[in-house]
Write a protein that binds this ligand. Structure first.
Ligand code: NAD
Length: 411
């Protein structure tokens, strides 16, 4: 089942807890605007290539739409709509005054040169610049896009609109108006949430065993931040390789090894494991930090974690969720666990629009307060209504979105 169709099911199941009329349901299930287009760019060998690209502006009742741009060979319209919907919920849940959006280009960026990636980034903006902007829709990085891509995108936007507009794109390099700590914000937000969650569950932080799937911006930074806490990172994987050591891995050595060799292959201080094996590890916390639907009904039965912290978007399929719940596994949902990125993107936008810039301490202090407040709110709804964390998060977010939509006279 596609992630977007799953969303429909999840929304229907909310009816038990939130009075949602048919009109409101339609409003929630339908994205406001979906742009599907072709991007033409020149390869280094002079040949022209055409690829599919998308921008979905899902819902803007709480503010301009906001969401990353993904460069991946599996990007498609349905997945982009699902990701844009989750952004809508994430912003509502965490008190970010934005709506939800998302974008993507269907390419495999791994084989492309920097100059080809630059031409793709610029071409993407050329196709959508009239539909985006600081008060309309604000792109950011996502899977396989980085501050480097955001710099090209912002530059292209400014050229086309003939004005400075740093608030049009977030996740930029700091020298171009990026926020301090934006690079680690998703991971740091997830760690704040995890530590607070352990406290709520009465679990000791010390020697907590953690496995992480995916070692990019979200996964690697989470490992680095967690390494400063007294926990044990026992397993990590990326798209090509994985490593396990039940005594705990040195994150510093992992990062160094991956930088040098491009994967964990040949890492000496642990045994090699596959992604499938990582999911089965007997750990306290499993952190999926790669792609959608990596925990499915086929492999959910063998997951042995106590908590799943969803740093990735949509890593647990709806069918897998029932199995995990039956096993008593607590899922801290993506819309909460990985909201640190959009929270700090909002801080970046505030800084761009005021021209006043904050230091890292200020950014992280605000992030901790804001994301922990969202966790507390979610947790109290979970306790009060006796539901799982995802349902609780959806209830908080959907109630807020519908309140705003009603006041605007839309539903
Ligand atoms: P990234 O491109 O920096 O890293 C992706 C990582 O996943 C890489 O290490 C890659 O090797 C690994 N990977 C890819 N396919 C895999 C597979 N099949 N099995 C195991 N690992 C695999 O991307 P990112 O920014 O870290 O994003 C990861 C997830 O976090 C995505 O779902 C993204 O939507 C979500 N997320 C990221 C941010 C952010 O600020 N970066 C914010 C919110 C959510």
């Amino acid at each position: 089942m596609s992630s977007f169709r799953e969303i429909g099911e999840r929304l229907e199941s909310l009816k038990k807890f939130v009075g949602i009329t048919d009109k409101e349901m339609l409003f929630l299930k339908k994205p406001m605007k979906t742009l599907a287009f072709k991007i033409e760019y020149e390869k280094d060998n002079g040949k022209k290539e055409v690829v599919d690209a998308y921008r979905v502006q899902y819902n803007n009742v709480l503010g301009p739409t906001k969401g990353g741009v993904r460069f991946h060979e599996k990007v498609g319209e349905e997945e982009t709509k699902a990701l844009a919907f989750w952004m809508t919920l994430k912003c509502a849940l965490t008190g970010v005054p934005f709506g939800g959006g998302k974008g993507g280009v269907r390419i495999n960026p791994k084989g492309l040169s920097d100059s080809e990636l630059e031409r793709i980034s610029r071409s993407y903006i050329k196709n959508i610049y009239k539909d985006i902007g600081p008060w309309k829709d604000i792109p950011a990085p996502d899977v396989y896009t980085t501050p480097r891509h955001m710099a090209w995108m912002m530059d292209e936007y400014e050229k086309l609109t003939n004005k400075h507009a740093p608030g049009a794109i977030t996740g930029k390099p700091v020298v171009l108006g990026g926020s301090k700590a934006r690079d680690i914000a998703t991971a740091q937000g997830g760690v704040f949430v995890l530590l607070r969650m352990l406290e709520k569950l009465g679990m000791k932080k010390e020697k907590t065993k953690i496995a992480i799937q995916g070692f990019g911006n979200a996964g690697m930074n989470a490992a680095k931040i967690l390494a400063r806490e007294d926990v044990l990172i026992v397993g990590v994987t990326d798209s090509k390789s994985g490593v396990y050591n039940e005594e705990g891995l040195s994150v510093k050595s992992l990062v160094k090894h991956k930088e040098k060799h491009g994967s964990f292959k040949g890492f000496e201080d642990g045994e090699s494991i596959s992604n499938a094996e990582l999911l089965k590890l007997d750990v306290d916390v499993l952190i999926p930090a790669a792609l959608c639907n990596t925990i499915t009904k086929e492999n959910a039965g063998s997951v042995n974690a106590k908590i799943i912290l969803e740093l990735a978007n949509g890593p647990v399929s709806i069918e897998a969720e029932n199995t995990l719940e039956e096993k008593g596994i607590i899922i801290v949902p993506d819309v909460l666990a990985n909201a640190g990125g959009v929270i700090v993107s909002h801080y970046e936008w505030v800084q761009n629009n005021t021209g006043l810039y904050w230091d890292e301490k200020e950014v992280l202090g605000r992030l901790k307060k804001q994301i922990c407040k969202a966790l507390d709110e979610t947790y109290s709804v979970k306790q009060e209504k006796k539901v799982d964390m995802r349902t609780a998060a959806y209830i908080v977010a959907v109630e807020k979105i519908l309140r705003a939509a009603k006041l605007r006279g839309l539903v």
